[in-house]
Design a protein around this ligand. Structure first.
Ligand SMILES: [Zn+2]
Length: 1116
């Protein structure tokens, strides 16, 4: 096996194939995570410490205790975690064509007043409060969470003493059952208050153990609706502070927030005495932990120079009175003597911080990631790094949940860690990485194992002097064809090993022979068909004009293999409302001809010759057509549309032309006209939260499933652009796109003026992006595991073949593996993903990705080498598919339970013995709770009152084909404080919480789908002038969707950052300006995912407490 070769990456194979990842003609290309690619890599100084240089290539790692993040005073060994890589999301298109922005597109009718993004509940009692920011994020390792930071800069008048626990502003949304233990970070004695848990006393209305909280409960917990009772001074039990804080320098970088490690001992109520007198809450609010910045801890400058304050924007004076949920008295506590009314507050800075983990990973990633070492986890998706393929697929193509798979099914079951890979077969690589080479083995085709049909790869073992090879997947021995014979060197390796991509690289392509083609026939070049809704709504909104105008230039940018050559993709055009209009655009015609098909019950294509044409040949006729379409339907009164026959028409056209292709359908309304696939409005919000809710995610008609199957057979991929003004039943309309590897785009309440930029950018990218057709993906594995489940946009006729009518560079497929036998530590586990597809030039190819991971017989090794971002990708897809057949609450409970089991298993089997009151998390999974909470709070699983069923169905479909980078930023958005903008590097992000916002600042938040610019109410005038060109907060136009171009470094840099964010994502993000305390702020706050959500989702702190409780229950 050659998996461990450290091959020099001189490309001896000639040129890589040109098609994917080459910028060419304005194609989407790879965009770096930060602006400016590539980041300069540090000079090579030997293996990066982050990559376990000591691990022998094929040996499993030592089974010592895996890295742990826990709240104990014992510093844990600091492991160098390996992490996932940067996203390979291609960039948006350059503005290759002029936007269709003429006056005629903007109808004079008043635009709908609703925001296109209506995912937020209309009201919230939450008020913005300008938080004072703690200036350090991590307390020293052995410091109690409750007393982390000496506040050296606080004025003498502050009542906050050095030992005072920082307040946290969250009221727990749930209360634990009596007898609950204090949260992990609060080791030591349980809280005095009758086992109320988390320590904060629950509001009277909360139910013990209820989680997530009923919304009525949570609303009752909002501060604004509660009198702010003045708690008497609170004391912390002295047991929490066994001594003076230890020197901060002892903090290991991996430890995330600690409790003062109180050994398990008498669990009596905390002593009322002690040094930790808490000041009255109100005082604390005004002058203490909230209002005053805490200085960095002495001796702890943060892990990175100059970046001590993750999540801590510049402090601002506390201008607004903070209403503290903690000020709500608890019934239990009120029965106690005042001195005992202690509440255990969890410092948000003392719990695992996503920002810290992200920044730690960036800091330790100084060298290219080489894939030659089996079982090595790559850098995180949030880190910019270069990949060198040395025998395993790049993490841009394949990411795994675990790089150390458990050897047995029992171990896997015990741990509950999902074993899965997220595969993005046609991912675009950054310009400094070599796209997969194209290997041509001639008429014989690719060399394969005789039995399991695995393709030649670095794992195959040549024997008998090179005359035969043994398959590493099934052990079968196969003859080497004479033309492929080569001698072996003294190590048993073929001497031409480094000359052949398939013997030395993780990813490459084979040219497929006619045997790999449908009906043993070399395929025709694919075709693109544009099907445009010309009903009243589409015309009135200006949409039809915009599309036609854009297509005139966009058609020059169809995908092609060679940038020098014209695309061979043919195009065709259809318009429709309740009837269909086909167009003959044959080059010999002077004018296009329209053919109307009004009988939509049995769709056929009324013309064969002249419907699908070459753009260059028919340019005049096409341009004439595109000019005429908006005029032809300008006065239409037709409001009804069909939908099923539209797809059927495209499908029939492809069938007639005997080719694969893509349909671009631009559609506005629920198809209620009499026709196959006619739908009715079934939106019923009363079903939400009931057992019938799942039916709303299922298609309402079987028609579309059957149609999808037909499309897949033909290689007909459907991309659907929706422009609804009301319910259109995305769950049903999306069936065909989702089953054919297509995409759904949704522009609710489309208004030309504010939405055409987003639509046109999406359209340009969608039309131009690299795509394969008529694809079949097969994942083979070595003995012991097999691929059992698949998530994404595709169709499956059997249990092994993933069929994709189309597969573009943005689509990822998540594959779950299960044991069917024992795995061996020696050989590890191998997988080979083979995608057979037709390229955009009509060439049949096989793209191969190989991946080898380690196997372990110790659970600790599993927990040492997992990737939480990928686990979340899997869990979210698993859950979002689960809502099709289960009540959403059951889905949420299952998620919580699985994660509790994962963490409990670690605690039980891997962590060093410690107090039961401690929450101990594996180092590489310490963000599992926070990220999981984001999944649980998502609109799909816990919708706010304002989230439409269409929105939920749309998100559900969208996430099913996201890669790891996309799910990461979607569930945990990137929130950038716009400070020090003049310099080149991006500011370090802050955590997604209102507490991290300074009202004197400006912040950029991106989710991969949304982009917000939040402006604090007391933002400095200078910043306003530089960004908006106005000195006054009040004068900022909150409806602006692009920033004014101003000649100053801040304006320039900010616009660069926005452009670079957009370039990284597969969908264009419209800029939404949010002024503090404006209505739009509700929408923005929805993405502050560490906070309690308006729909009742728990805050991070509260969820962590809940998770801890669940773990303890499992352990007891
Ligand atoms: Zn085999």
């Amino acid at each position: 096996m050659n998996v461990n070769q450290h091959t020099p990456m001189a490309p001896p194979y000639g040129q890589p194939q040109p098609s994917y990842g080459q910028p060419g003609y304005g194609q989407p290309t790879y965009a770096p995570l930060d602006s400016g690619y590539p980041a300069p890599y540090a000079p090579h100084n030997g293996p990066a410490s982050a990559y376990h240089p000591g691990i022998p290539p094929q040996a499993p790692p030592p089974s010592s205790q895996p890295p742990t993040s826990h709240y104990s005073a014992q510093p844990q060994p600091s492991y160098s975690q390996s992490h996932p890589p940067a996203s390979s999301a291609p960039s948006q298109l350059p503005p290759s064509s002029a936007p269709a922005g003429s006056q005629q597109y903007y109808p004079s009718s008043a635009p709908p007043s609703q925001q296109p993004i209506s995912s937020l509940p209309p009201t919230s009692q939450q008020r913005f409060v300008s938080p004072g920011q703690p200036q350090h994020t991590f307390p020293p390792s052995s410091t109690s969470y409750a007393g982390p930071a000496p506040p050296p800069t606080q004025p003498a008048s502050t009542p906050v003493t050095q030992t005072q626990p920082p307040f946290h502003p969250h009221q727990p949304p749930f209360s634990s059952a009596p007898g609950g233990q204090p949260p992990a970070f609060t080791t030591g004695p349980p809280p005095p208050a009758q086992g109320s848990f988390p320590p904060q006393a629950p509001p009277p209305s909360s139910q013990p153990g209820s989680f997530p909280p009923p919304s009525s409960v949570s609303s009752g917990q909002y501060p604004s609706s509660m009198p702010p009772p003045q708690q008497p001074p609170q004391s912390q039990p002295p047991t929490y502070h066994p001594g003076p804080p230890p020197p901060q320098a002892q903090m290991p970088p991996t430890s995330i927030g600690q409790s003062n490690h109180q050994p398990p001992g008498p669990q009596g109520p905390p002593s009322p005495t002690g040094p930790l007198q808490q000041p009255p809450l109100q005082q604390g609010m005004q002058t203490g932990a909230f209002g005053q910045p805490r200085s960095p801890q002495p001796g702890y400058g943060g892990p990175y120079q100059g970046q001590p304050n993750y999540g801590a924007p510049a402090p601002t004076p506390q201008a607004q009175k903070r209403l503290d949920p903690d000020a709500i008295p608890s019934p239990q506590a009120s029965d106690m003597p005042p001195v005992q009314k202690s509440r255990h507050r969890i410092d948000p800075d003392a719990i695992p911080s996503p920002i810290q983990v992200i920044e730690d990973d960036k800091a330790k990633t100084t060298e290219p990631f080489t894939t030659g070492v089996r079982g090595q986890a790559p850098p995180l998706v949030t880190t910019n790094f270069q990949v060198k393929d040395q025998g395993n697929a790049s993490p841009r193509f394949v990411r795994c949940t675990a790089y150390n798979m458990p050897c047995t099914a029992d171990m896997a079951k015990q741990s509950q860690v999902p074993l899965a890979a997220v595969i993005k077969p046609l991912a675009i690589l950054p310009p400094d990485e070599t796209p997969p080479y194209l290997v041509d083995h001639g008429e014989g085709g690719p060399i394969r194992c005789n039995r399991c049909k695995a393709y030649m790869c670095p794992y195959m073992q040549f024997i008998e002097g090179g005359r035969r090879f043994q398959c590493s997947f099934c052990s079968c021995v196969t003859e080497v064809p004479p033309h492929y014979f080569q001698h072996l060197d003294h190590t048993g390796r073929r001497v031409d090993c480094y000359d052949r991509p398939e013997l030395s690289l993780g990813s490459y392509e084979f040219l497929a022979t006619v045997d790999y083609c449908k009906n043993n026939k070399i395929p025709q070049p694919p075709a693109y068909i544009f099907l445009i809704d010309v009903s009243y709504n589409a015309v009135k909104s200006g949409l039809v004009s915009i599309i036609c105008q854009e297509l005139k230039s966009l058609l020059d940018h169809l995908p092609r293999e060679n940038p020098e050559m014209d695309s061979v993709i043919r195009v065709g055009f259809v318009t429709y409302n309740k009837v269909l209009h086909f167009y003959n655009v044959k080059s010999s015609l002077a004018q296009p001809q329209m053919l109307v098909v009004s009988d939509v019950s049995d769709m056929f294509v009324p013309l064969l010759d002249g419907f699908l044409v070459n753009v260059n040949d028919s340019r005049q006729v096409i341009e004439s057509l595109l000019d005429q379409i908006p005029e032809m339907f300008a006065d239409t009164r037709e409001t009804e549309t069909v939908f099923g026959p539209v797809i059927q028409a495209g499908l029939e056209a492809l069938k007639a032309a005997d080719c694969a292709g893509k349909l671009f359908v631009f559609h506005t309304s629920l198809p209620i006209a009499e026709a196959p696939g006619k739908l009715k409005n079934r939106e019923d919000k009363k079903l939400i939260g009931t057992d019938k809710e799942k039916s709303l995610f299922q298609p309402q008609a079987g028609f579309y499933n059957n149609l999808a199957k037909e499309c897949v057979t033909q290689g007909c991929c459907v991309d659907l652009f929706l422009f609804p003004n009301q319910y259109v039943d995305v769950a049903t309309l999306g069936v065909v796109p989702v089953s054919t590897g297509g995409s759904v785009y949704k522009y609710t309440y489309f208004q030309a003026e504010s939405d055409q930029e987003r639509f046109l950018n999406d359209l340009r990218r969608d039309v131009q992006k690299p795509v394969g057709f008529d694809a079949v993906m097969r994942v083979r594995t070595s003995t012991g595991i097999r691929a059992t489940d698949f998530f994404g946009s595709f169709f499956m006729n059997n249990t092994t073949d993933v069929e994709l009518a189309g597969l573009d560079c943005d689509k990822a497929i998540t594959v779950e593996f299960k044991h069917d036998d024992k795995l061996s530590e020696e050989t590890g586990a191998l997988m080979q993903c083979a995608v057979l597809y037709t390229s955009c030039s009509g060439q049949r190819r096989l793209r191969i990705h190989n991946m080898a991971v380690n196997c372990c017989s110790q659970l600790a090794d599993l927990y040492r080498n997992c990737e939480t971002d990928t686990i979340i990708n899997f869990l979210s897809k698993y859950a979002f598919r689960g809502v099709l057949n289960n009540p959403t609450k059951a889905v949420r409970d299952t998620l919580v339970n699985q994660c509790a089991q994962i963490l409990a298993c670690y605690r039980k089997n891997c962590a060093s013995p410690s107090s039961a009151g401690q929450l101990i998390l594996p180092e590489c999974m310490k963000l599992l709770p926070v990220y999981l909470n984001c999944v649980l709070k998502s609109d799909v699983l816990l919708p706010g009152a304002d989230v439409s069923l269409d929105d939920r169905a749309y998100l559900r479909q969208l996430i099913s084909c996201m890669d790891v980078a996309e799910t990461h930023v979607f569930f945990y958005p990137r929130l950038l404080p716009l400070v020090k903008l003049e310099s080149g590097a991006l500011p370090v992000a802050v955590r997604d919480s209102e507490e991290r916002l300074s009202k004197g600042g400006v912040y950029l938040l991106e989710t991969g789908l949304h982009l917000f610019l939040w402006v604090g109410a007391s933002v400095q005038q200078e910043l306003l002038l530089n960004i908006f060109g106005t000195p006054s907060f009040g004068q900022i136009d909150s409806s602006m969707t692009s920033l004014p171009v101003l000649e100053n470094p801040i304006s320039q840099r900010l616009r660069e950052i926005i452009d670079s964010f957009r370039a990284q994502r597969s969908r264009y993000m419209k800029l939404i300006l949010v002024k503090q305390e404006d209505r739009a702020e509700l929408m923005f706050k929805h993405f502050l995912v560490e906070d309690k959500s308006a729909s009742g989702g728990a805050s991070y702190v509260d969820f962590l407490c809940h998770m801890h409780k669940e773990i303890r229950q499992l352990l007891s």
